[in-house]
Design a protein around this ligand. Structure first.
Ligand SMILES: Nc1ncnc2c1ncn2[C@@H]1O[C@H](COP(=O)(O)OP(=O)(O)OP(=O)(O)O)[C@@H](O)[C@H]1O
Length: 614
């Protein structure tokens, strides 16, 4: 049927060869998924065609019906899936079916490499799209003509080994016709009944007619418009996998309708896996916008906030004008309103899940907390709800146990006005730092935040339910004195010591103070109000930003033996006192992550040791 005029052979990109090797040799036990992949691609190509025809006048064979035609041929052992969608020109064939454009597939390969032989699990989490056809095929042909008038038709053909050929094909119709030449043990896919059984699962989600050997087999149904009681879990799962090209089951399925203030039918899926965690690029928005069953935009970017890009599914609103253009839609007040309403509703859903199924929620949180935190740092509107969804370790809970701000408030005394937290590299790092002891001694709980992004997140979050969020390394926190062991340095000696320290330390610190907050440490450096703290500084510096030096307040512990000793040393041996003062300051700045020039420290240490051993 095709007329080959000139033949071109091409090699697959190395990654494609690698991928095909995995697809052909190891693979999914579930062989039939390749049918789903091809039908799903056909459906996408048809949607793109429908949208294109709204704006493009010059379409090749514009009157061709938008449909999918599937034929089985038991004798020839072939399965053919044809669509009248947008098709591909030659460059697009090379780009789409010769390289790996999809960043997810690259991540898939990486993950396969990491896991070695044990890859069945990994495969379950990723799609390999079109290439999955080679699970069943010894050869695949794609006959295609792009929607663009004036371009040529082509046939792409490959055995899935090293490369493919592209020939001109003047008979190619608009769209794609994919012929799968089945391997001997895959002949079942050339039987009509087998294919019919497979298509039953999702053919009704396709909004175009599907014909199997000439017979129309689907009734287009908008699952999201049906009532929950009519839908089985399997239907929800199939719908998710089909429309989102997903390979996991949805973790949460949220299906609701509302009449006021807008008429909405929404079906939102939260995936089981966060593919960004596997080092994939940023996900694209994945909730489609419909108006009365008609697709307006498959991936509208502003329908939901960017930090909800992991959601999949459909939002259908009758209030949208059908003829709205995609560009003006993005910025319309209506879409903004939808955005706000649905985000609130979804966060409420998460709140409920967190309360009723806390184990499952924690699993979700471990994989998806990054998105919630991104939300706190970037959207003021939903901050309060998002803050309630945060989970973290704290000084009053054992290691590994996560808690929330609400639980913190329950445990705190009524009169406590602040929620205290510390950020650091790990729980260990925070616990061995100088800041926690003062809070511990006073029975005050401190939340631990140990991810690098937490610094940004906490800086962006001023309060929770009326309690101020305060970093425990801040100088301005007024902690009441607690009775502790050790005699306090008398007032006169303390004043004298402070005067000595301020003179000796000069520009290195903002000021020196005696405080009641310290328990086990002789000194601590406290970050002044409004100055970026250590983690923030490190982050800004790693991004190439110049940071002015932060001058800390040096607090001394007048009950500590080292301070008593230093006070005496000022009178008896001023040189050594100076060395000790500088060294204590270095120690405090080091613990605070504020030490700019550590080389001096080693030199001074040596001087001190010298004095000690003499
Ligand atoms: N029937 C088709 N009509 C037109 N273009 C197609 C068709 N099938 C595939 N393509 C093109 O080939 C590309 C690669 O397809 P493939 O199934 O490998 O990945 P994908 O659909 O982009 O990603 P995924 O399936 O992982 O979501 C598609 O993005 C699309 O541009």
């Amino acid at each position: 049927m095709s007329t080959a005029t000139e033949e071109h052979t091409h090699s697959f990109q190395a990654e494609v060869r690698q991928l095909l090797d995995i697809v052909i040799h190891s693979l999914y036990t579930d062989k039939e998924i390749f049918v789903r992949e091809l039908v799903s691609n056909a459906s996408d190509a048809l949607e793109k065609m429908r949208l294109k025809s709204l704006t493009e006048k010059d379409v090749f064979k514009a009157d061709r019906e938008l449909a999918i035609e599937i034929t089985t041929d038991e004798e020839a052992k072939t399965l053919t899936i044809s669509d009248s969608g947008i098709g591909m020109n030659k460059d697009e064939l090379v780009e789409n079916l010769g390289t790996i454009a999809h960043s997810g597939t690259k991540a898939f390969l990486e993950k396969m490499k990491e896991q070695g032989d044990n890859n069945a699990d990994v495969i379950g989490q990723f799609g390999v799209g079109f290439y999955s056809a080679f699970m069943a095929a010894y050869k695949v042909e794609v006959h295609t003509h792009s929607w663009e008038n004036g371009t040529d038709g082509h046939t792409w053909s490959s055995d899935g080994a090293t490369g493919y050929s592209i020939d001109e094909n003047s008979d190619a119709k608009r769209g794609c016709s994919i012929v799968v030449y089945l391997k001997d043990d895959m002949e079942e896919f050339s039987q009509e009944a087998r294919i019919k059984g497979i298509l039953e699962k999702y053919s009704n989600f396709v909004s175009f007619p599907i014909k199997l050997n000439g017979e129309h087999i689907n009734t287009v149904e908008a699952l999201w418009l049906k009532s929950k009681s009519e839908i089985t879990e399997e239907q929800y799962n199939e719908f998710y996998k089909f429309t989102a090209h997903a390979f996991d089951d949805p973790r949460y399925t949220m299906h609701f309708s509302a009449d006021a203030p807008l008429t909405i039918n929404a079906l939102l899926f939260t995936p089981t896996e966060n593919t960004e965690q596997f080092g994939m690029g940023q996900m694209e928005a994945g909730v489609s916008l419909y108006c009365r069953k008609v697709l307006i935009d498959a991936k509208p970017e502003k329908l939901l906030p960017e930090w909800l890009r992991f959601l999949r599914g459909v939002i259908d609103s009758e209030d949208l004008p059908l003829n709205i253009s995609r560009e003006s839609m993005q910025d319309s007040a209506l879409v903004q309103k939808l955005n706000g309403l649905i985000t609130k509703r979804y966060l409420k859903f998460l709140e409920k899940e967190a309360k009723n199924n806390s184990e499952d929620y924690l699993d979700f949180y471990k994989k998806f907390s990054r998105f919630l935190k991104e939300g706190i740092a970037t959207s003021y509107e939903h901050q309060a709800q998002l803050a309630g969804l945060l989970r973290f370790e704290s000084s009053l809970e054992e290691a590994g146990k996560l808690t929330s701000f609400a639980e913190y408030i329950d445990r705190a005394k009524d009169e406590q006005e602040n929620i205290y937290y510390l950020t650091g590299m790990s729980r260990d790092a925070i616990e061995s730092g100088p800041y926690l002891e003062a809070f511990k001694a006073r029975g005050l709980e401190v939340c631990f935040f140990t991810e690098p992004v937490d610094q940004y997140v906490m800086e962006a979050l001023p309060e929770f339910k009326g309690k101020k969020l305060v970093s425990a390394d801040r100088g301005e926190i007024d902690l009441e004195d607690v009775a502790t062991e050790g005699e306090e340095l008398d007032e006169k000696s303390a004043e004298k010591l402070i005067e000595f320290l301020e003179k000796e330390l000069g520009e290195r610190v903002e000021k020196v103070e005696a405080s009641g907050r310290l328990i086990d440490s002789p000194v601590a450096a406290l970050t002044p109000k409004d100055a970026p703290n250590a983690q923030m500084r490190a982050m800004m510096q790693s991004m190439g930003q110049d940071m002015p030096a932060t001058k800390a307040t040096l607090e001394i512990n007048p009950r500590h033996e080292v301070i008593h000793g230093l006070a005496k040393l000022v009178d008896s041996d001023e040189d050594t006192a100076k060395l000790v003062a500088q060294q204590l300051t270095d120690n405090a700045l080091l613990a605070a992550g504020l030490l700019e020039n550590p080389h001096q420290m080693a030199k001074r240490m040596n001087q001190l040791i010298e004095k000690l051993v003499k």
